[in-house]
Design a protein around this ligand. Structure first.
Ligand code: SAM
Length: 247
């Protein structure tokens, strides 16, 4: 039997609670390959690596956290749930939580802005040597992660979008490879824009409404070259949403 499955069954028999992930993190977990060695970066409670171990989806994981309080909370949870032999918790910035001997094959980075995720990937690019898949869940500006991927020899192999507690989250799955995406792919997501799931349409409808408000206020502003430039920029973003999302 898979060692982790044994753990899971023992836990279930003992009536030990299994971590219940949020819908957003469940979606991320669904893209972690079975048997991967996963590094969860920004792992404040270590819920994701613990849940992956409990399900027998992975046997070894790293939980990296840069802030002491959340790091201590991750350490406590890993110990409390009995996974200290399987999950290494490290206090480190970004991918510097990964040691080359860990043999990490999948990285998850969730719950941060796209530009921060992209900068973490950029700064720690050298630690991705053994990594085959990156699962990123940017809260905003997913475009920054797609741009980083294209510039660094990664390609999108899947995307997903979920709504939880009134908020909409994109999940990006990257693997090594070359891709040639156009601007619309980078902004809206090459998979998401084709699939046009209800959450996707809702996200861009909201963005459309907010950009139209910005445009109205720019129209009322004192004319200047800067205002005119902003107006052109916002108008082109509005038109792009109308074209791609068909609203
Ligand atoms: N990943 C969890 C999730 O999705 O529920 C936690 C998200 S929480 C909003 C973001 C976490 O990332 C915080 O605990 C923060 O301290 C951590 N973080 C931010 N920048 C980081 C970095 N450069 N390296 C490691 N962790 C970082």
């Amino acid at each position: 039997m898979h060692p982790s499955t044994e753990h899971l069954e023992t836990n279930l028999k003992r009536g030990v609670s299994v971590i219940e992930l949020s819908k957003r993190l469940q979606e991320v977990a669904s893209f972690v390959p079975h048997g991967a060695v996963v590094a969860d970066i920004g792992s404040d409670h270590a819920y994701l690596p613990i849940a992956l171990c409990e399900r027998g989806q992975v046997t070894h994981a790293v939980a990296g956290e840069v802030v002491k309080g959340p790091y201590e909370s991750a350490c406590r949870n890993v110990k409390k749930e009995g996974w200290a032999d399987h999950i290494t918790v490290r206090l480190a910035s970004g991918l510097f939580a990964i040691d080359e001997n860990d043999g990490v094959t999948a990285v998850t980075i969730c719950g941060m802005g796209g530009p921060l995720i992209a900068s973490i990937l950029e700064e720690g690019n050298g630690r991705l040597g053994t990594v085959e898949r990156i699962i990123a869940q940017p809260n905003i500006h997913a475009e920054a992660v797609r741009r980083w991927a294209v510039a660094n020899g990664w390609t999108l192999v899947d995307e997903s979008i979920v709504k939880e507690d009134g908020k909409i989250y994109e999940v990006l799955v990257l693997e090594r490879g070359e891709a040639s995406y156009d601007e619309e792919d980078l902004v809206f997501g090459p998979f998401l824009r084709v699939e046009r799931a209800p959450a996707f349409v809702e996200k861009w409808r909201e963005e459309h409404v907010s950009l139209r408000r910005v445009l109205e206020s720019l129209k009322r502003a004192q004319p200047s070259t800067t205002i005119e430039e902003k107006r052109r920029n916002v108008t082109s973003q509005i038109e792009r949403i109308e074209r791609v999302v068909r609203i």
